[in-house]
Design a protein around this ligand. Structure first.
Ligand code: NAP
Ligand code: GLV
Length: 309
């Protein structure tokens, strides 16, 4: 069995060592142009040439949850694509989003500002019921975030393509459910995959439907958000702030206004990192299952090319 590793911006050697340890006897290589075709590919943002050279692939394993970059490429026809299915990401995402929600709700930025002046001052307590959280995307990550926020007794709403039932989360679905979901939300968390249907979903007319004093948390992809519309709604006062982990251009250019906006917190695409050990364990388990004859449809994280996620 030959496994080819082709991941841009990722140190290859630790992954190769771990894959070799999982598959003693297999030929595990970092891809270089002209390398022999592989049975399985482990990828992140590979060049088109890598895919064009593959003639016998049985599976492409993406070492991230989002496959938007991969699906822009010309894939070898009929080869299944499998993304990471949690692999330690959902708990990180829950930490990140709960932190952002609680930081805003409890006004920790205001307390930091007071503390920097040596000022001992209280702010009025606020009611959770005035800060309902809406989560767009109730998949592996969105559901975990919703359950975590419900533990803190925030009213939690969720929106997905298909109808769901999740304890502690009021679920909306489909285009018809979208306006009701937005109107019921003050925080808006984006955990959608980036597809033609979801690109620019956070724009003036949708963000304007959030409750006054709305707060945006984008942890999915930069292209979900229209930057200028967010800035306009922050500046008009309809939105109170935003925590942004993902951007149209990454790294976020030094001249981008998000860096300096007083109501925006920027982090460098770090809300849920790929964890190597968990990811290799998951991918190796799936390769072993396929080699043992399991149908590809039985693998969690299989991408549906028609849905685009
Ligand atoms: P997932 O399990 O595939 O969940 C996607 C969710 O979005 C599903 O609930 C799906 O609805 C919903 N959805 C998709 N298209 C929709 C549409 N047009 N309208 C309404 N709902 C729609 O994905 P995941 O593992 O939770 O990951 C979500 C995204 O997070 C990834 O695609 C990636 O871009 C991002 N991410 C970011 C980071 C980071 O560090 N910032 C890390 C990991 C992932 P159904 O359930 O009905 O299909
Ligand atoms: C990170 O953004 C991922 O999609 O895993």
């Amino acid at each position: 069995m030959r496994i080819s590793f082709c991941c841009t911006d990722t140190k290859a050697q630790p992954w190769l060592d771990a894959l070799n340890a999982s598959f003693p006897g297999a030929d595990v290589q970092a891809w270089a142009p002209g390398a022999p075709a592989a049975d399985y590919a482990v990828v992140w943002a590979p060049p088109q040439q890598f895919l064009d050279e593959q003639t016998r692939l049985k599976g492409i394993f993406n070492i991230g949850a989002g496959v938007d970059a991969l699906l822009k490429l010309r894939l070898p026809p009929g080869v299944p694509v499998v993304r990471l299915d949690d692999a330690g990401m959902s708990v990180q995402m829950a930490e990140y989003v709960c932190h952002a929600v609680i930081r805003h709700f409890r006004e920790f930025d205001g307390y930091d500002a007071d503390a920097s002046l040596g000022k001992w001052s209280y702010r009025k307590t606020r009611l959770r019921r005035d800060f309902p959280v809406g989560i767009m995307g109730l998949g592996v990550l969105g559901e975990r975030v919703g359950r975590a926020l419900a533990q803190f007794e925030f009213p939690v709403m969720g929106w997905s393509r298909s109808a769901k039932s999740i304890p502690g989360v009021q679920c909306f679905s489909g285009e018809t459910g979208f306006s009701g979901f937005l109107a019921a939300s003050r925080f808006l968390v984006c955990l959608l995959p980036l597809t033609p249907d979801t690109e620019n979903i956070m724009r003036h007319d949708t963000l304007a439907q959030l409750q006054p004093g709305g707060y945006v948390i984008n942890v999915a992809r930069g292209n979900h958000l229209v930057d200028e519309d967010l800035l306009a709604l922050l500046d008009s006062g309809h939105l109170a702030g935003a925590t942004l982990d993902v951007f149209r251009t990454e790294p976020l250019p030094a001249s981008h206004p998000f860096w300096r906006h007083p109501k925006i917190t920027v982090t460098p695409h770090t809300s849920a990192r790929t964890l190597r050990a968990e990811s290799i364990e998951q991918i190796a388990g799936k390769i072993r299952a396929l080699e043992a004859g399991a149908p590809i449809a039985s693998l969690a994280g299989r991408i549906d090319p028609h849905k685009g996620y």
